[in-house]
Write a protein that binds this ligand. Structure first.
Ligand code: SF4
Length: 274
Protein backbone atom coordinates (compact mmCIF):
# COMPACT_ATOMS: atom_id res chain seq x y z
CA UNK A 1 0.00 0.00 0.00
CA UNK A 2 1.57 3.27 -1.05
CA UNK A 3 -0.06 5.81 1.21
CA UNK A 4 -2.79 5.86 3.78
CA UNK A 5 -5.19 8.76 3.62
CA UNK A 6 -7.72 10.03 6.10
CA UNK A 7 -11.33 9.17 5.40
CA UNK A 8 -12.58 12.23 7.29
CA UNK A 9 -16.26 11.69 7.94
CA UNK A 10 -15.84 8.08 9.00
CA UNK A 11 -13.97 9.10 12.12
CA UNK A 12 -10.81 7.10 11.45
CA UNK A 13 -7.90 9.52 11.28
CA UNK A 14 -4.77 8.79 9.32
CA UNK A 15 -2.80 7.56 12.31
CA UNK A 16 -5.66 5.40 13.56
CA UNK A 17 -6.17 3.96 10.10
CA UNK A 18 -2.50 3.06 9.83
CA UNK A 19 -2.52 1.43 13.28
CA UNK A 20 -5.59 -0.64 12.53
CA UNK A 21 -4.19 -1.78 9.22
CA UNK A 22 -0.84 -2.74 10.73
CA UNK A 23 -2.52 -4.70 13.53
CA UNK A 24 -4.85 -6.57 11.18
CA UNK A 25 -2.13 -7.41 8.68
CA UNK A 26 0.05 -8.75 11.50
CA UNK A 27 -2.81 -10.74 12.96
CA UNK A 28 -3.90 -12.30 9.68
CA UNK A 29 -0.60 -12.50 7.86
CA UNK A 30 -0.46 -16.02 6.45
CA UNK A 31 1.86 -18.11 8.59
CA UNK A 32 1.84 -21.56 7.11
CA UNK A 33 -1.58 -21.95 5.52
CA UNK A 34 -2.70 -25.55 5.69
CA UNK A 35 -4.64 -25.74 2.43
CA UNK A 36 -8.10 -26.06 3.98
CA UNK A 37 -11.23 -24.05 3.28
CA UNK A 38 -13.13 -23.37 6.49
CA UNK A 39 -16.75 -22.37 6.09
CA UNK A 40 -19.36 -21.94 8.77
CA UNK A 41 -20.05 -25.63 9.20
CA UNK A 42 -17.76 -27.44 6.81
CA UNK A 43 -14.12 -27.90 5.96
CA UNK A 44 -12.79 -28.78 2.51
CA UNK A 45 -9.28 -30.10 1.95
CA UNK A 46 -7.98 -28.11 -1.01
CA UNK A 47 -4.66 -29.93 -1.08
CA UNK A 48 -6.03 -32.49 -3.51
CA UNK A 49 -7.97 -32.48 -6.78
CA UNK A 50 -11.10 -34.00 -5.22
CA UNK A 51 -11.38 -31.23 -2.63
CA UNK A 52 -10.79 -28.61 -5.31
CA UNK A 53 -13.54 -30.11 -7.50
CA UNK A 54 -15.84 -29.96 -4.48
CA UNK A 55 -14.86 -26.34 -3.88
CA UNK A 56 -16.11 -25.58 -7.39
CA UNK A 57 -19.46 -27.17 -6.47
CA UNK A 58 -19.67 -25.03 -3.33
CA UNK A 59 -18.89 -21.93 -5.39
CA UNK A 60 -21.75 -22.92 -7.72
CA UNK A 61 -24.14 -23.31 -4.81
CA UNK A 62 -23.14 -19.98 -3.30
CA UNK A 63 -23.57 -18.25 -6.65
CA UNK A 64 -27.21 -17.33 -6.08
CA UNK A 65 -29.30 -15.28 -3.69
CA UNK A 66 -28.87 -17.77 -0.91
CA UNK A 67 -27.73 -17.77 2.71
CA UNK A 68 -24.27 -19.21 3.29
CA UNK A 69 -25.59 -21.84 5.73
CA UNK A 70 -28.23 -22.99 3.22
CA UNK A 71 -25.62 -23.51 0.49
CA UNK A 72 -23.46 -25.38 3.00
CA UNK A 73 -26.37 -27.62 4.09
CA UNK A 74 -27.05 -28.52 0.46
CA UNK A 75 -23.37 -29.19 -0.12
CA UNK A 76 -23.25 -31.50 2.91
CA UNK A 77 -26.39 -33.34 1.78
CA UNK A 78 -24.81 -33.90 -1.64
CA UNK A 79 -21.70 -35.20 0.11
CA UNK A 80 -23.66 -37.53 2.38
CA UNK A 81 -25.28 -39.04 -0.73
CA UNK A 82 -21.84 -39.71 -2.25
CA UNK A 83 -22.47 -37.20 -5.02
CA UNK A 84 -19.32 -35.21 -4.33
CA UNK A 85 -17.00 -38.12 -5.08
CA UNK A 86 -14.70 -36.83 -7.78
CA UNK A 87 -15.31 -39.69 -10.21
CA UNK A 88 -19.06 -39.31 -9.89
CA UNK A 89 -18.88 -35.56 -10.29
CA UNK A 90 -16.84 -35.96 -13.45
CA UNK A 91 -19.02 -38.79 -14.84
CA UNK A 92 -22.24 -36.89 -14.09
CA UNK A 93 -24.58 -39.83 -14.70
CA UNK A 94 -28.28 -39.21 -15.29
CA UNK A 95 -29.10 -41.01 -12.03
CA UNK A 96 -26.72 -38.80 -10.05
CA UNK A 97 -28.10 -35.64 -11.62
CA UNK A 98 -31.61 -36.72 -10.75
CA UNK A 99 -30.64 -37.46 -7.14
CA UNK A 100 -28.77 -34.15 -6.88
CA UNK A 101 -31.83 -32.32 -8.15
CA UNK A 102 -33.99 -34.00 -5.49
CA UNK A 103 -31.55 -32.85 -2.82
CA UNK A 104 -31.59 -29.29 -4.13
CA UNK A 105 -35.38 -29.28 -4.16
CA UNK A 106 -35.34 -30.43 -0.51
CA UNK A 107 -32.60 -28.26 0.92
CA UNK A 108 -31.59 -25.43 -1.40
CA UNK A 109 -33.81 -22.49 -0.55
CA UNK A 110 -32.35 -20.13 -3.11
CA UNK A 111 -33.90 -17.76 -5.62
CA UNK A 112 -32.68 -19.69 -8.61
CA UNK A 113 -33.81 -22.43 -10.96
CA UNK A 114 -32.72 -25.76 -9.41
CA UNK A 115 -32.49 -27.63 -12.71
CA UNK A 116 -30.26 -24.95 -14.19
CA UNK A 117 -28.11 -25.03 -11.07
CA UNK A 118 -27.62 -28.79 -11.46
CA UNK A 119 -26.78 -28.32 -15.14
CA UNK A 120 -24.21 -25.68 -14.21
CA UNK A 121 -22.62 -27.87 -11.53
CA UNK A 122 -22.13 -30.82 -13.88
CA UNK A 123 -21.18 -28.66 -16.89
CA UNK A 124 -18.43 -27.12 -14.78
CA UNK A 125 -17.15 -30.52 -13.73
CA UNK A 126 -17.15 -31.63 -17.38
CA UNK A 127 -15.18 -28.51 -18.35
CA UNK A 128 -12.78 -29.22 -15.53
CA UNK A 129 -12.24 -32.74 -16.93
CA UNK A 130 -11.99 -31.70 -20.58
CA UNK A 131 -9.91 -28.54 -20.34
CA UNK A 132 -8.02 -28.82 -17.06
CA UNK A 133 -7.39 -32.53 -16.65
CA UNK A 134 -9.98 -32.68 -13.88
CA UNK A 135 -8.10 -30.41 -11.49
CA UNK A 136 -9.01 -26.83 -10.64
CA UNK A 137 -5.39 -26.21 -9.72
CA UNK A 138 -4.51 -26.45 -13.41
CA UNK A 139 -6.48 -23.24 -13.95
CA UNK A 140 -4.09 -21.47 -11.59
CA UNK A 141 -1.06 -23.09 -13.21
CA UNK A 142 -2.30 -22.20 -16.71
CA UNK A 143 -2.71 -18.56 -15.70
CA UNK A 144 0.99 -18.53 -14.75
CA UNK A 145 0.74 -15.44 -12.56
CA UNK A 146 -1.57 -13.49 -14.88
CA UNK A 147 -4.58 -12.67 -12.65
CA UNK A 148 -6.68 -11.30 -15.51
CA UNK A 149 -6.16 -14.53 -17.40
CA UNK A 150 -7.11 -16.52 -14.31
CA UNK A 151 -10.26 -14.44 -13.89
CA UNK A 152 -11.19 -14.98 -17.52
CA UNK A 153 -10.78 -18.74 -17.15
CA UNK A 154 -12.80 -18.79 -13.93
CA UNK A 155 -15.52 -16.76 -15.60
CA UNK A 156 -15.67 -19.50 -18.23
CA UNK A 157 -17.32 -21.73 -15.61
CA UNK A 158 -21.10 -21.54 -15.53
CA UNK A 159 -22.77 -19.36 -12.89
CA UNK A 160 -19.53 -18.13 -11.32
CA UNK A 161 -19.51 -14.43 -12.22
CA UNK A 162 -18.93 -12.62 -8.87
CA UNK A 163 -18.24 -15.93 -7.14
CA UNK A 164 -15.07 -16.25 -9.23
CA UNK A 165 -13.64 -13.54 -6.96
CA UNK A 166 -14.83 -15.48 -3.92
CA UNK A 167 -13.20 -18.66 -5.20
CA UNK A 168 -9.92 -16.86 -5.84
CA UNK A 169 -10.06 -15.22 -2.40
CA UNK A 170 -10.63 -18.53 -0.63
CA UNK A 171 -7.94 -20.31 -2.62
CA UNK A 172 -5.51 -17.56 -1.64
CA UNK A 173 -6.54 -17.60 2.03
CA UNK A 174 -6.04 -21.39 2.11
CA UNK A 175 -2.53 -20.94 0.75
CA UNK A 176 -3.15 -23.17 -2.27
CA UNK A 177 -3.08 -20.23 -4.72
CA UNK A 178 -0.68 -17.97 -2.84
CA UNK A 179 0.40 -15.54 -5.54
CA UNK A 180 -2.90 -13.91 -6.44
CA UNK A 181 -3.11 -10.12 -6.33
CA UNK A 182 -5.70 -7.92 -4.70
CA UNK A 183 -8.04 -7.39 -7.67
CA UNK A 184 -8.82 -11.03 -8.34
CA UNK A 185 -9.41 -11.74 -4.62
CA UNK A 186 -11.60 -8.67 -4.03
CA UNK A 187 -14.84 -10.41 -3.17
CA UNK A 188 -16.94 -8.20 -0.88
CA UNK A 189 -19.34 -9.74 1.60
CA UNK A 190 -21.00 -8.97 4.90
CA UNK A 191 -17.94 -10.12 6.84
CA UNK A 192 -15.89 -7.29 5.35
CA UNK A 193 -18.68 -4.81 5.95
CA UNK A 194 -18.99 -5.97 9.58
CA UNK A 195 -15.37 -5.26 10.44
CA UNK A 196 -15.25 -1.99 8.46
CA UNK A 197 -18.41 -0.70 10.13
CA UNK A 198 -17.36 -1.65 13.65
CA UNK A 199 -13.93 -0.11 13.20
CA UNK A 200 -15.46 3.19 12.08
CA UNK A 201 -14.60 3.23 8.40
CA UNK A 202 -18.10 3.08 6.97
CA UNK A 203 -20.89 5.60 7.31
CA UNK A 204 -23.40 2.86 6.56
CA UNK A 205 -24.52 0.26 9.10
CA UNK A 206 -24.43 -3.52 9.18
CA UNK A 207 -28.05 -3.81 8.14
CA UNK A 208 -28.14 -1.12 5.46
CA UNK A 209 -28.86 -1.83 1.81
CA UNK A 210 -26.24 -4.32 0.67
CA UNK A 211 -25.55 -2.83 -2.76
CA UNK A 212 -24.87 0.61 -1.31
CA UNK A 213 -22.76 -0.92 1.46
CA UNK A 214 -20.76 -2.98 -0.97
CA UNK A 215 -19.99 0.06 -3.06
CA UNK A 216 -18.89 1.98 0.02
CA UNK A 217 -16.79 -0.92 1.34
CA UNK A 218 -15.05 -1.14 -2.01
CA UNK A 219 -14.29 2.57 -2.01
CA UNK A 220 -12.86 2.36 1.51
CA UNK A 221 -10.69 -0.67 0.83
CA UNK A 222 -9.48 0.72 -2.50
CA UNK A 223 -8.70 4.18 -1.11
CA UNK A 224 -7.23 3.24 2.25
CA UNK A 225 -5.99 -0.32 2.05
CA UNK A 226 -4.67 -0.81 -1.46
CA UNK A 227 -7.69 -2.90 -2.46
CA UNK A 228 -6.73 -5.74 -0.10
CA UNK A 229 -9.91 -7.20 1.41
CA UNK A 230 -8.36 -10.21 3.10
CA UNK A 231 -7.44 -8.82 6.56
CA UNK A 232 -10.93 -7.30 6.95
CA UNK A 233 -12.57 -10.44 5.61
CA UNK A 234 -10.69 -12.70 8.03
CA UNK A 235 -11.26 -10.37 10.97
CA UNK A 236 -14.98 -10.02 10.24
CA UNK A 237 -15.60 -13.71 9.58
CA UNK A 238 -13.30 -15.29 12.18
CA UNK A 239 -13.70 -12.89 15.10
CA UNK A 240 -16.40 -10.19 14.79
CA UNK A 241 -18.88 -12.76 13.45
CA UNK A 242 -19.24 -14.35 16.89
CA UNK A 243 -20.48 -11.17 18.60
CA UNK A 244 -18.74 -12.47 21.67
CA UNK A 245 -16.86 -10.07 23.91
CA UNK A 246 -14.81 -12.92 25.36
CA UNK A 247 -13.40 -13.57 21.89
CA UNK A 248 -12.93 -9.85 21.30
CA UNK A 249 -11.12 -9.52 24.59
CA UNK A 250 -8.75 -12.40 24.04
CA UNK A 251 -8.08 -12.05 20.32
CA UNK A 252 -8.72 -8.58 18.94
CA UNK A 253 -5.81 -6.13 18.86
CA UNK A 254 -7.99 -3.22 17.70
CA UNK A 255 -10.90 -3.52 20.10
CA UNK A 256 -10.36 -0.08 21.59
CA UNK A 257 -11.36 1.33 18.20
CA UNK A 258 -14.43 -0.87 17.80
CA UNK A 259 -18.01 0.34 18.25
CA UNK A 260 -19.21 -3.16 19.21
CA UNK A 261 -16.65 -3.32 22.00
CA UNK A 262 -17.44 0.20 23.20
CA UNK A 263 -21.19 -0.34 23.22
CA UNK A 264 -21.01 -2.28 26.45
CA UNK A 265 -20.24 -0.86 29.90
CA UNK A 266 -16.75 -1.79 30.86
CA UNK A 267 -16.27 -2.49 34.55
CA UNK A 268 -12.77 -3.74 34.21
CA UNK A 269 -10.27 -0.94 33.60
CA UNK A 270 -7.90 -3.37 31.89
CA UNK A 271 -10.41 -4.43 29.26
CA UNK A 272 -10.20 -2.74 25.89
CA UNK A 273 -6.68 -1.46 26.33
CA UNK A 274 -3.90 -3.21 24.50
S1 SF4 B 1 -13.64 -5.95 19.24
FE1 SF4 B 1 -14.67 -7.78 18.46
S2 SF4 B 1 -16.27 -7.04 17.11
FE2 SF4 B 1 -14.80 -5.35 17.43
S3 SF4 B 1 -13.35 -5.46 15.72
FE3 SF4 B 1 -12.53 -6.62 17.42
S4 SF4 B 1 -13.20 -8.75 17.07
FE4 SF4 B 1 -14.47 -7.40 15.81
Amino acid sequence: MERLQSLGATGADERGTAEIWKALVELWRPGTPDGYYRGRRLVIDLNNAEGRAQMLVLANLLAARVAEHVAESTFMALGAAGLLDRDRLLAGSAADRERALEILRDTYRALTDKERKIEAIYANQARLANEFDGDLHNVYLAAAGDDEKLLKMLHGFAHLRQRAFWLAREMKVSGVWPDLGTRVTAYYDVHIRRSLVRLGFSRLGETDDWLASRHECQKIVDNLFGGDVIPFYLHGSRLCFHNDRTICESSCPVKQRCSFWREYPNDDPDLGVD
